[in-house]
Write a new protein. Structure first.
Length: 352
């Protein structure tokens, strides 16, 4: 089985962070979302991955290279404009050939993997299999309507009056039959080739399209609160590995990962938490569910349930909670509890 990973979106809901980095490279527990995706694909035994890229091609390629950093072979496929998921399948036709494949949105977190989904697809081999999960508000999602046997009878996009609650999570398994469907559909009202239309075409033609309910944790990392929730979830699976220089006047409690090149002095870190390469923490209190990226400086700071990206500095600010601090950002001063969403290279002064 091959894989097609979609990494061309702009991530407008994550601005200002996505002004300077693709949304697929937003770090969760100090690793880009895209690498978590690749972990799940590698677990399936996938070795050939086509990556759909747009204007941020070079940044995606800097992380994945030729695929050797993730143990796979990567082929980059350029999409000149965001013309829909089915359009991605169309332009990847030469790469996909006549192989079965899994299509995976590059900004989706499925922390429990998709091995069981892939095994069921390989065993039953319907023309298409969509991965779904029940949601509280179906009006906000693309939905798969099914019969009692799990066979898809209709697909609808953000319906005003939904007939079910099975939202598509952004992972699809296909046989080569999907190429016929993609070739048969026309652009939607918004000018895109919709994968839901291709799936609906298969249903209308009497082909077998099945829905598999995902039992684990799923999140589309399209919003800041979603990123923080994903970070919390992944950090919860950490195992203690304190390899950095932690001075005797510091305390590290619980499952904390400290990079060998990091340094901690006169501070307390309570896990689960991770401290990246070259970061320096002094006179600070780091609470649970915090990820500190590479090359950060925290001095007389207090953080919990937060993400600090590469090269950021936090000085003399206690009580930061539920926050994301962008690459190269500097936060200083203040003596009260704050919530910060600070973009890359920003400069913030908090009133005392």
């Amino acid at each position: 089985m091959k894989a097609l990973v979609l990494s061309g979106g702009m991530g407008t809901r994550l601005r200002p962070f996505t002004y300077s980095m693709p949304k697929q490279l937003i770090p969760i527990a100090n690793r880009p979302v895209l690498l978590h995706v690749m972990d799940n694909l590698r677990a399936l035994g996938v070795r050939e991955v086509g990556v759909i890229v747009g204007d941020r091609h070079s940044e995606i390629a800097a992380v994945l290279g030729d695929g050797s950093p993730v143990g796979m072979e990567v082929t980059y496929i350029r999409q000149e404009a965001p013309l829909g998921l089915a359009h991605c399948v169309r332009i990847a036709r030469d790469f996909l050939g006549e192989d079965d494949f899994v299509m995976y949105l590059g900004d989706v977190m499925l922390t429990d993997g998709i091995v069981e989904m892939a095994e069921r697809f390989a065993r039953t081999r319907p023309e298409a299999q969509v991965v779904v999960q029940t949601v509280a508000d179906p009006r906000a999602f693309g939905l798969a309507e099914t019969d009692a046997d799990g066979r898809v009878t209709a697909l609808v996009e953000k319906p005003e009056h939904p007939q079910g609650n099975l939202a598509m999570v952004g992972v699809y398994f296909f046989t080569p039959a999907v190429h016929e469907a993609v070739a048969a559909i026309a652009p939607s009202a918004r000018g895109e080739l919709e994968i839901t239309d291709a799936l609906q075409w298969l249903v209308a033609e009497g082909r077998e399209v099945r829905a598999e309910i995902y039992p684990g944790f799923w999140k589309d990392t399209g919003r800041v609160d979603d990123i923080i929730e994903c970070n919390r979830r992944v950090l919860g699976s950490l195992r203690r590995e304190v390899a950095g220089a932690v001075c005797p006047d510091s305390e590290v409690v619980g499952d904390v990962v400290v990079d060998p090149t990091a340094r901690v002095t006169r501070s307390r870190i309570v896990g689960p938490a991770v401290v990246g390469a070259g970061s320096v923490i002094s006179d600070s209190h780091i609470g649970p569910y915090t990820a500190i990226g590479d090359g950060c400086v925290l001095d007389d700071a207090g953080l919990a349930d937060s993400i600090v990206l590469t090269g950021a500095t936090v000085r003399n600010v206690p009580g930061i909670h539920g926050s994301v601090i962008g690459r190269g950002a500097a936060v200083s001063s203040g003596r009260s509890r704050h919530r910060l969403l600070v973009g890359d290279d920003a400069r913030v002064e908090v009133a005392v």
